[in-house]
Every structure is written in C-alpha cells, then in structure tokens.
Design a protein around this ligand. Structure first.
Ligand code: TYD
Length: 206
C-alpha cells in the first residue's frame, strides 16, 4: 500500500483526540494529503456497531461478544475507509486500532492475547500500522485530568481497577510489537505534540 498508517492508542483521557488535532494542524500547514478516522466507528456500519458496544444499557454483553463486535467494526472500517485511502497514497491517522482490543479485551477482560489476535489477524498482519503511538499516561492521572468517567460510555464506567489492567496490557504490548512507540506525556500538550512530530519525522512517516 502506498500511504502510511498511523494509529494512536492510550487509556481513557490520555489526550489522543487533542494530539490528533494538533498533528492534523501541522500536516495541513505542510499540505500533506491525510484523513483522520476513529474506532470503533469511522464508517456508517461501524458507527452502528459502536452504538451497540458502548450503550450503557447493554450490561449483559459477554466478553466474547464485545471482542467480536470490536473486530467486526474494525474490519468493516478497514476495508471501507482505511485501505482505499492508503491505496491512493493518503496518510491515515486512526484514533484507536487493534492494540485497544488486545489491551481491553485481551488483557483487561481476560480473553487472552491469542483469542483477540486470532479474530483480528488481518489488522495484525497484512494491515498492521506503520507506527502506533501509545500516549503513556496512567489511568489515574488521566481520569483526574478529565474529571472522572463519562456516564454515557459503558467502557469508561468500568472503574479504575479495570483501566489499570488496560494500562498494563498496553505496557506489555510495547515489548512485543516493534512499531509500537510510547510517547511520554509530561509537560504541556504542545510539548507532547512536538515529541510526536519529531518521532514521526525521525521514522520517515511524515
Ligand atoms: P471512545 O469514546 O471513542 O473512547 P476514547 O475517546 O477514549 O477513545 O470509546 C471507545 C471505547 O472503546 C474506549 O473505552 C476504548 C474501548 N475499546 C475497546 O475496548 N476495544 C477496542 O478494540 C476499541 C477500538 C476500543
């Protein structure tokens, strides 16, 4: 594929959307041809699946169903939005991707890496990202910064102990996937944005 694929990962409130916005501003200034998208969602069908997954009333959803719905939304969004954009040479920036499933469903829900990797094999193989930026801030610090969890989001409601497991899940993945890079989030949001831009330039992504 001709374009480059950048994905952002991190715990709730880690600042992914802010950093994606700051990166987009810089790329626009430079005239780069790019799209910004997100998971779960990013296409009409995947957004419909997102509503089912995040609906706080769906408390009876079992862990396997959750993992498979994330994987279903992912493959639809991948084939409908991401792959066509990459094929015509665009840079694709995606807010969350397969490493969210490994951290949330694989580690924190306890389904295990093999199960989650199995149902996401295309996203880890043929359509693996060129680089995954993990915004490294603990869930406790992140929740304090965003003043608590969102009550309309089933996943955010799961409590700090769950999100600590997610964080550990991410840290474990850093050692395993060489394209996954931790970005330290100390200082201002502009300091973090500068770190991200430098990393992407040094790696020849932008
Ligand atoms: P969202 O509101 O987009 O959260 P954020 O702004 O933090 O990205 O909701 C996505 C939620 O879904 C978030 O809690 C993370 C979770 N998630 C998974 O559990 N597995 C996944 O594969 C993905 C993509 C997201």
């Amino acid at each position: 594929m001709k374009g480059k694929f950048i994905t952002f990962e991190g715990c709730e409130g880690s600042g992914k959307s802010t950093q994606i916005r700051l990166l987009s501003e810089k790329l626009k200034e430079r005239g780069v041809d790019f799209i910004v998208t997100r998971e779960p969602g990013g296409s009409d069908i995947a957004e419909q699946i997102r509503k089912i997954i995040l609906n706080p009333q769906n408390t009876a959803m079992c862990d396997e169903c959750e993992a498979l719905l994330y994987a279903a939304a992912r493959i639809q969004h991948l084939k409908e939005i991401v792959v066509p954009a990459l094929s015509c040479g665009k840079l694709v920036i995606c807010d969350r991707y397969v490493h969210s499933s490994l951290a949330y469903q694989g580690y924190a829900r306890g389904l295990g890496e093999d199960y989650v990797a199995g149902v996401n094999s295309l996203a880890l193989g043929e359509y693996a990202p060129d680089i995954t930026l993990f915004l490294n801030i603990s869930p406790k610090a992140a929740f304090e910064r965003k003043h608590g969890a969102d009550k309309d989001d089933r996943m955010e409601q799961l409590g700090l102990a769950f999100h600590e497991k997610v964080y550990k899940g991410y840290l474990a993945q850093l050692e395993k996937y060489p394209y996954m890079r931790a970005v330290e989030c100390g200082g201002t949001k502009y300091d973090t944005a500068d770190r991200i831009y430098k990393l992407l330039s040094d790696e020849g992504i932008i």
